[in-house]
Design a protein around this ligand. Structure first.
Ligand SMILES: [Zn+2]
Length: 374
């Protein structure tokens, strides 16, 4: 069934005949709302006073789900223009990208998705960075040529590009953009390529045998580029360098951080051994308990507790601010943690061998000894 926007890209309002097909579900004639299909989201808008919440192509019909029941009859249908122009811009950009990719680089489009924040087009082969840049430049040249986006019907041998479902088999709508593209498509487009304004290919990633290209067209594409420009400005300021120097400087800084981390780890492993030896040792029954209250990096507390437990051949307890780690060869570590938390509060737990947690407040070594001895 023919749709108004196939031949009239700039018509967003029309008088329509409404027929009910279910609870809050109607079909209209002529069809002015694009249903969700071919990777392009459905239109929104109004039919009379009723809000269009969803539009689907089902069983040879375009069915509209409304926010209220609507009596059959004549109404004015209004498409949410801003939303339509966004999806139509992205979708028209995708025709340009897909057409050039196929003609110039032999890349077949295998999937399309138009999202609210970014859009994707999937190709069947790998693409390198240089090809992506060329594809972006050529796409924008096609925008600059301001070519008409035309609709023709029933052209032989024009195939649908992705998972586009035809509503009626006898009416195949084909979209033509001069020498750029020709493909069967049910979607909503702009009237000319110039209206797209700008096409940015913003990212790509490998996908099985092929490539997923992320793109944004029009105002959204410009806003994306503006934000990236601001981020680069911030980075130049922070790292006190020119844009071109950023990759090398970030790389150099990361290497420096890696080197310092290795040095810190080396110093800590030496420090932990000394701290294990200097732990205060008390006796609980026949078991020796080594206690160390000191600031250690979070992930090293458990390691230090284990070193102390080995050193005293009993229990190791480490308290670093409110963090606590217990390791034991003799007593039940989980029970000891519960006993301490009974007085100092907090959460966490563990087994007889090792327990870790947080205390509700910091405790001193003296208090810890007192708690254990009670
Ligand atoms: Zn299309």
């Amino acid at each position: 069934m023919e749709r108004l926007y196939w031949t009239k890209a700039d018509v967003f309002e029309a008088e329509v005949e409404v027929k009910a097909v279910g609870a809050n579900k109607v079909v209209i004639e002529p069809i002015v709302f694009h249903p969700e299909e071919g990777g392009q989201p459905a239109d929104r808008g109004l039919i009379g006073e009723a809000e269009v919440l969803g539009v689907e192509a089902v069983g040879g019909q375009v069915v509209h789900t409304l926010d209220r029941p609507l009596e059959e009859g004549k109404y004015t249908a209004r498409v949410d223009k801003e939303r339509r122009l966004y999806t139509a811009s992205q979708h028209t950009a995708q025709h340009i990208i897909s057409g050039i990719a196929e003609n110039q680089y032999g890349l077949k489009t295998t999937g399309v998705h138009i999202g609210p924040e970014r859009c994707t087009v999937d190709f069947d082969k790998k693409i390198d960075g240089e090809t992506l840049q060329k594809l972006e430049r050529q796409s924008n040249e096609a925008v600059g040529r301001n070519l008409p986006v035309e609709t023709v019907f029933n052209e032989p041998e024009v195939r649908a590009r992705s998972e586009l479902k035809e509503i009626e088999g006898d009416l195949i709508r084909v979209v033509k953009i001069a020498d750029i593209d020709k493909s069967a498509c049910c979607g909503a487009h702009l009237g000319s390529t110039g209206q797209v304004g700008l096409i940015r290919l913003i990212d790509m990633e490998s996908k099985k045998e092929g490539t997923r290209v992320y793109f944004l067209a029009g105002r959204k594409g410009l806003e994306f580029s503006q934000q990236e420009t601001m981020i680069l400005k911030e980075l130049r300021k922070t790292l006190r360098c020119a844009t071109g120097e950023l990759p090398e400087i970030v790389q150099r800084n990361l290497e420096q951080v890696g080197k310092l981390n290795r040095e810190v780890n080396r110093l800590w492993s030496q420090g932990l051994a000394d701290m294990a030896k200097s732990a205060e040792v008390i006796e609980l029954g026949s078991s020796k308990v080594g206690i160390q209250v000191a600031e250690v990096p979070g992930k090293l507390a458990a390691k230090l507790a284990a070193l102390i437990a080995g050193e005293v051949e009993g229990v190791g307890i480490v308290v670093s601010e409110t963090q606590i780690a217990i390791n034991s060869n003799t007593l039940d570590a989980g029970d000891l943690l519960k006993q301490i938390q009974g007085r100092a509060g907090g959460k966490g737990g563990g087994s007889a061998r090792a327990a870790n947690g947080q205390l509700a407040r910091a405790v001193t070594r003296e208090e810890l000894v007192k708690i254990l001895k009670n």
